[in-house]
Design a binder for this molecule. Structure first.
Ligand code: ASP
Length: 275
């Protein structure tokens, strides 16, 4: 059996409908054994991303303003998914623990990371995969720099005990044991680190576009996707503002020759772009 690491971005896990598509994609290929998830993103244009709401919570805490209503909006979104999909995880217990921590003026990184954490708990139950927290696996030094080799070893060792697992993207922890996050969009990096650690055949990055397109789809309707591009071309595209993939997601897989495949959860039959 091969190994594919599949990372699903915010729009692919935004609600029960999107999560059902995600589950079909995962079940269509038994090699999709390690799944990395972002926090739920926007369901429609004017919607809020869970991560933005969590940062907003933290800003309220810092200003001594009531934040419970904002946290309740976050909690309600997860509850709705749990009910819609008929999953049973004790979300209330997790909310209780987070609420207790919010009273202790936690770091912004901790608060922001709870979107990925709760989502991974939920998705693991939905897929009947193991939940593996990345807090103890992805390691940063005291300045917030990723300890790449230590991280690689820790993920490799832990995942050797799990045939199938869901892992939260975006965060790990520092030497003091406190949660540290990557910069925004950092779940892409988590996916790449997991792909490297398990020596995956491919790192699939599932998003809401079918890879890199020949032209801006907002300007040219029905733009075709580019089948393959090189890492060098990708760099140039990034400079031009193509924000499909976090730029730090490239180095972990590039050196080991693991291809990245950008795919569209809403159009799974499209092969997307291979980097
Ligand atoms: N949820 C985080 C963000 O919105 C990380 C990610 O989605 O990759 O930036």
């Amino acid at each position: 059996m091969g190994i594919k690491v599949a990372k699903f971005g915010g729009s692919s896990v935004a609600d029960g409908i999107q999560l059902t598509k995600t589950k079909h994609i995962i079940q269509a290929d038994p090699d999709r054994r390690y799944i990395v998830v972002s926090a739920p993103g926007k369901r429609f244009d004017s919607d809020n991303k869970i991560t933005d709401l969590l940062y907003l919570c933290k800003t309220h805490i810092d200003h001594n303003l009531p934040y419970d209503q904002i946290f309740q909006v976050v909690a309600d979104r997860f509850m709705a998914v749990e009910i819609n999909l008929g999953i049973e995880v004790d979300l209330l217990k997790h909310f209780e623990e987070i609420r207790e921590n919010l009273k202790k003026n936690p770091t912004a990184d901790y608060v922001a990371s709870r979107g990925e954490y709760l989502n991974a708990v939920l998705v693991a139950a939905f897929l009947e995969y193991d939940f593996v927290d990345t807090a103890n696996l992805i390691r940063f030094d005291s300045k917030g720099k990723l300890l790449a080799e230590e991280t690689n070893e820790a993920i490799r060792e832990e995942l050797s005990k799990h045939e199938r697992a869901v892992l939260p993207g975006f965060y790990g922890s520092g030497p003091d044991g406190n949660v540290r996050t990557f910069s925004r969009g950092g779940s892409d990096i988590t996916g790449a680190l997991v792909a490297r650690a398990v020596n995956a055949d491919v790192y699939e990055n599932w998003t809401d576009v079918s890879g890199f397109l020949i032209a801006d789809p907002r300007i040219v309707k029905g733009s075709k996707s580019i089948e393959t591009i090189t890492y060098k071309e990708l760099r140039e595209l990034s400079y031009m503002g193509a924000s499909v993939l976090h730029e730090d997601a490239i180095f972990p897989v590039r050196n080991c020759g693991i291809p990245i495949n950008i795919r569209n959860t809403n159009e799974p039959e499209n092969p997307g772009t291979i980097i």
